[in-house]
Every structure is written in C-alpha cells, then in structure tokens.
Design a protein around this ligand. Sequence first.
Ligand code: NDP
Length: 250
Amino acid sequence: MMLTGKHAIVTGGGTGIGLAIARALVAEGAQVTITGRRLEVLQEVAEDGMFPAVMDVTDEAQIVETTAAAVEARGPIQICVANAGIAEGKKLHKTSSEFWRKIMTTNLDGCFYTVRESLKSMLSTDWGRVIAISSIAGVRGAAGAGAYAASKHGVIGMMRSFAEDFLHEPYTFNSICPGYVDTPIVTRNTESISQRAGVSAEEARDIMVSSNRHKKLILPEEIAAAALWLCNPASESANGTEVHIAGGQI
Ligand code: NDP
C-alpha cells in the first residue's frame, strides 16, 4: 500500500477519469477527498476511503473553504489531482467572449485555485505530488475547440512553471495529456462533433476512435495508472513534464 497515510484531493472525482484516479489512490491506501458540483453523484460513487465534498472550481471562495475543511478533517493534502474540466468546442468566429470565459474559468482558473489551495498544506509536509489533467489538445491544438485547447495549454504551462518554483523541494508538478477517453465528456462531445462536422453521432464516434492508433477509446483506468505512476517513488525525477496517454496522437 504505497500511499497509506496520504491525503489526496481529486476534483471532478465523481465521474470518468477523476473517479478512476480516486479508486486507484484508495486502492493504494490513500484517503481521498472527491469533489464536484453534485453531492448526490459523489455520494453515490464514494467507497471506503473516499470523502465527498461539494466544490465548484469556478468559485474561489468555495475552493478555499472546502480545501481548508478537508485539511482540518484528514490532514495536509499531499496529492492534488486537478481534474475537473469541461470540454466544449466552437469555431473561432462562433466563440463568444462569454463562451471563452466559461472554458477558461473552469479549466484554467479552476486548476490554479485548486493547486494553490492544496499547496498551502502540502508545503508543511516532506512529500507532495500535483497532477493536472490537461489534454492532447493542450499540446497540439484541436480543430473547432480553440478555447478548450488554449485552457489546456495553460494548464501545462502552469505545471511546468510551478515545478520550476519548487525545483529544490520534495514536490512534483506534472500534467497528463489524454486522447479521447471513454467518459461522459466523450458522450457529450459526440453530439458537439457531429454538429460541427455535419455528420451522424456514429460517424462522430468513428472520428474519435480513428484518432487512436489502437482504434479504441482510451479507458479511464489507463489515465489512473499514469496518475499512480506519478505518485510512485520510481517516478521521482518526472517533474515539470507531461505524460501523454493519447493512443499515438502527437
Ligand atoms: P467527466 O465529464 O466525467 O468529468 C468532468 C468532471 O469535472 C465531472 O466530475 C464534473 O463534475 C467536474 N466539473 C465540471 N465542471 C466543474 C466545476 N465547475 N466545478 C467542479 N467540478 C466540475 O469527463 P472526464 O472524466 O473525461 O474529464 C475529466 C478531465 O479530463 C477534464 O478536465 C477533461 O478536459 C480531461 N480530458 C478528458 C478527455 C476525454 O476524452 N474524456 C480527453 C482529454 C482530457 P460535476 O459536473 O458534478 O461538477
């Protein structure tokens, strides 16, 4: 049990990738605060070792308050997984300022607040891991999803910079960049891609599957395995970098 005694927080921990990561951390003995906007979803999936808490990552005050309460209950956060995000796409000429801000506020500001608040308690400890879930779109861009890609590029830049800030401290900051993963986001994406590309939902799913050299959607557990590796002493030298789990998309 590699993570016994460690307190982790996973934002967006009630579904998809976040839930798979929370399960993997619990299986290694961690106590995991799982957060999201819907308490009923969190309570439904919570198993022994998981502690649901409502935390909207667009609400700075709520992040401050919820993080402090989790630390009070379970001790300093030593693993922070900034996973909560929304994936919606629009072509540039259809991207309103409101749409741009919605994506940035959730994906970029939310990641920043989450990591900053967790770090406050992590700094009192002698070991910490910060993992942000970016996207392969944060590396290569994504047609019809400029705001999303920009927010995910920002996440990578943040992790690289924070790693530099704490270069000589016992904490690491990395991003995971998934390709299309089989989660509720991809189900919603299917509609959005089919509308943008003017194809059926089935063809839209084919577009996503075809982008993967193994012709499949990636499993959330594959992303969780990467997160677990980043918490393993064997990955200590991975810092300020990105792990691509994208089925060969580069
Ligand atoms: P999900 O939709 O299952 O997960 C998104 C999670 O984020 C939900 O649990 C949701 O919970 C939470 N969330 C969204 N908005 C907020 C908010 N304002 N405050 C708090 N929580 C919020 O999809 P995934 O698991 O796929 O997505 C997880 C991450 O992975 C995202 O950052 C996404 O961009 C990234 N990603 C996903 C890929 C994929 O193909 N699936 C590919 C590349 C990256 P709730 O609605 O209850 O608040």
